[in-house]
Ligand binder design. Structure first.
Ligand SMILES: Nc1ncnc2c1ncn2[C@@H]1O[C@H](COP(=O)(O)OP(=O)(O)OP(=O)(O)O)[C@@H](O)[C@H]1O
Length: 241
């Protein structure tokens, strides 16, 4: 469980999130206009930015987690992979997800390698493991990011705009994985893809004017969407299920 108590985030003097109080007991989708503060909220939950107030994960302040314990608890999947090593293979990249569990400085254990192998099988990407990450398409790179997060075996997975760079086919593949992962992880999804959020069926936290409002249900109807986004809606979407 994640609990936000009086969470306030600002960059310089610009207030982004103002005194947010919410218990995130299970899955959640975070929606809101560009620049409303969705990624800022995710970064605060992961203690990647300065904030006022308290973020508690499993009843402990996130500021008290060691880096390794945090890695075992939360994984954050960005919208796009930034490749810093042009020669790193998919297998090496996914193994990095086991870093927090590594017993020897020099090598990964048989267990680490086995978990990585199972992750490849689960996501049906065994055929990519010898390839360099830099040579993959955006859709394949998104699957590799998911693989690394799964290998990390954290309780909580945060997806930050997972379908932002994907074509309809790959969006559907990722959507099905995200929904399936709800059986094993607490899934937090940040997205502009209303179709995806509706398919994933988690409660919605909508961020607007530095405030957050929780919709347990009743979010995905035209009148609510029109009021929140200020544009008209009609059904026009990929069929995810
Ligand atoms: N490091 C930073 N320094 C200064 N301002 C920042 C920084 N990061 C984000 N911001 C500003 O904070 C606001 C919220 O940004 P954030 O990335 O959280 O929005 P978002 O809802 O995730 O947006 P989007 O949907 O466009 O990705 C934006 O106005 C952004 O310009």
């Amino acid at each position: 469980m994640i609990e936000l108590k009086n969470l306030t985030c600002s960059y310089d003097s610009k207030l982004i999130l103002d005194d947010i109080n919410i218990k995130i007991t299970n899955h959640l989708s975070i929606l809101g206009a560009n620049g409303s503060g969705k990624s800022t909220l995710a970064k605060a939950i992961c203690n990647l930015i300065d904030f006022d107030g308290l973020v508690e994960v499993e009843s402990t302040s996130i500021k008290e987690f060691s880096l390794l314990d945090k890695a075992k608890t939360i994984s954050y999947i960005p919208a796009k992979l930034e490749v810093y090593d042009m020669f790193i293979t998919v297998e090496e990249f996914v193994l990095l997800g086991r870093f927090a569990y590594k017993k020897s400085f020099f090598e990964y254990s048989a267990k680490d390698k086995n978990i990585t192998k199972e992750t490849f099988e689960f996501l049906k990407i065994e055929h990519l493991k010898e390839h360099t990450v830099s040579s993959l398409s955006s859709g394949e790179q998104q699957l590799v990011l998911v693989a690394q997060a799964l290998a990390q075996q954290s309780k909580i997975i945060i997806f930050d705009e997972p379908t932002a760079n994907l074509d309809p086919h790959n969006s559907k593949v990722i959507a099905e994985h995200i929904k399936g992962l709800k059986d094993y992880h607490q899934v937090i999804l940040i997205t502009h893809d209303l179709n995806l959020a509706s398919y994933v069926e988690s409660p919605v936290l909508f961020i607007k004017d530095a405030e957050a409002k929780l919709y347990e249900d009743g979010f995905f109807n035209n009148s609510t969407l029109e009021e929140l986004y200020g544009v008209e809606f009609e059904s026009l979407a990929v069929k995810y299920d």
